[in-house]
Design a protein around this ligand. Structure first.
Ligand SMILES: [Zn+2]
Length: 101
């Protein structure tokens, strides 16, 4: 009789906590082997999730969890690219969410 809303949960590869999917951001390795952020969650390829925080992304990269999860090698350049893209996305979302102040 208990009605439960099913919230899709995913594990952050940075802090390894299970979180609702919408609180995480997807990192995807394309079929061509390119690793990039996937804010829409719809890109084809092998995916991993991190919290929407630079800390978890940095940790996932440093501890090689991202590479392991994606089965892809991540160059320093690609890592920096991911971090700056995440920072941009978060800045955009912050800007979009500040019209109530
Ligand atoms: Zn996390």
């Amino acid at each position: 009789m208990m009605k439960q809303k099913k919230i899709p949960m995913r594990m952050c590869v940075g802090c390894r906590e299970m979180k609702p999917k919408k609180e995480l951001i997807r990192v995807v390795r394309s079929p061509e082997g390119i690793v990039s952020l996937d804010p829409t969650g719809k890109k084809p390829g092998r995916g991993a999730y991190v919290c929407r925080s630079g800390n978890c992304l940095t940790r996932a990269i440093r501890q090689k969890q991202l590479e392991r999860q994606l089965e892809a090698a991540l160059s320093e350049e690609a890592s920096e690219e991911l971090k700056s893209t995440l920072a941009q996305i978060m800045a955009q979302e912050e800007a979009a969410g500040t019209d109530d102040g």
